[in-house]
Design a protein around this ligand. Structure first.
Ligand SMILES: *Cc1c(COP(=O)(O)O)cnc(C)c1O
Length: 345
């Protein structure tokens, strides 16, 4: 398959840049399973400090970060409270049910975010026949919520609720650094509201592989055997960790550019008759585009765009999702908007 020239399907589509590849080639390496890979150790220490946690662990994917956090902290039959759009519900092949044998309670939130009252109402009272509530999980930013940012004070109120009810809190931080750059709140301040948190290296940070999960030293000690069990232990992973270190040095502040591009794309698309998108709701790098008022379906538009070298995915018949990232520049955004407008006319 040929790769579309302007690929707004996801920020996972980024490919490692030349300087990132050079950093990877230059990495010092050792056997990671034996704790001998210096670059992996450096990345873990760097992320632990960025997130203000005691320790961190490098694993092959964000999905594995979520699954390890759940497996360490939930017993079989425990219940996790999450928004119905959550990645752990929709895109992890039922992992929580298979691996930790935990269940997930989906809440009907707004733009990927449930309220404190909804969470409080969902907490089980300890009735013998009910599952026991164990974890509150939030996604920062909320992916299918259109990249919306959970406000810090809201996260603090969830933390207080979870302490009151003896629960743990987990943050799927696949795009936490997008929230940090857009809001000005530090990663450590967001992370302080949860017990476990991870960042993805392979989304907007532009690395080919990897996620880093952080928490207390006790949590990371328990995360190790799960990483091994799930086949996530590696050997000379320094080649991958070096990409992560490069990204933390060079690809974080520039997320601002992706956010600006997303806003501009939203403003352009909002002018197309029949398209509904409120640019005010575009807080980071994700746009949800409502095409219900057009005569063609989302998947038909998606196909037409692809024929013109632009990829934007359909999410059901009436809506589409576009994600900006470091491999699409301002000119690409303008071209995508032009082509979108031409197809709709
Ligand atoms: C992409 C993503 C994940 C999974 O990360 P991978 O590295 O692709 O496994 C988890 N949660 C959210 C919100 C994501 O967007």
């Amino acid at each position: 398959m040929s790769i579309p020239t302007i690929d707004l399907f996801s920020d996972t589509k980024t490919r490692p840049s030349k300087p990132m590849l050079n950093a990877m080639i230059a990495a010092e390496m050792g056997d990671e399973q034996a704790g001998e890979d210096p670059t992996t150790i450096e990345l873990q220490e760097r992320v632990a400090s960025l997130l203000g946690k005691e320790a961190a662990l490098f694993v092959p994917s964000g999905t594995m970060c979520n699954q390890i956090a759940i497996a360490v902290q939930c017993q079989p039959g425990d219940e996790i409270i999450a928004d119905k759009t959550a990645h752990i519900i929709n895109f992890e092949a039922g992992g929580a049910a298979v691996i930790a044998r935990a269940m997930i309670r989906p809440l009907e939130g707004l733009r990927g975010q449930f309220s404190l009252d909804q969470a409080r109402d969902a907490i089980r009272a300890g009735f013998r026949h009910a599952p026991s509530s164990k974890m509150i999980s939030v996604e920062q930013t909320a992916n299918l919520g259109g990249g919306s940012i959970w406000p810090l004070d809201v996260l603090k109120s969830f933390q207080a609720l979870s302490v009151e009810h003896n629960l743990v809190t987990h943050m799927d931080g696949a795009r936490l650094l997008n929230a940090v750059v857009a809001s000005g709140v530090s990663a450590a301040d967001y992370a302080a509201t949860v017990d476990t948190v991870w960042i993805d290296l392979s989304k907007g940070l532009g690395c080919p592989v990897g996620g880093v999960i952080a928490g207390s030293k006790g949590f990371i000690d328990q995360a190790w055997p799960w990483k091994q069990r799930l086949g996530g232990s590696m050997r000379q992973s320094g080649i991958l960790a070096a990409a992560g270190l490069y990204a933390l040095d060079h690809n974080v502040e520039r997320l601002e550019v992706d956010h600006l591009n997303a806003k501009n794309l939203a403003n352009r698309l909002a002018q197309i008759p029949g398209i509904k998108i409120d640019p005010m709701t575009v807080e980071t790098n994700i746009l949800i585009i409502n095409v219900a008022n057009l005569k063609v379906s989302a998947s038909e538009i998606s196909e037409q765009l692809l024929l013109n070298g632009v990829r934007i995915g359909a999410m059901g018949p009436d809506s589409m999702r576009a994600v900006t990232h470091l491999d699409v520049d301002e000119a690409g955004i303008n071209r995508a908007a032009d082509i979108f407008a031409k197809i709709c006319s």
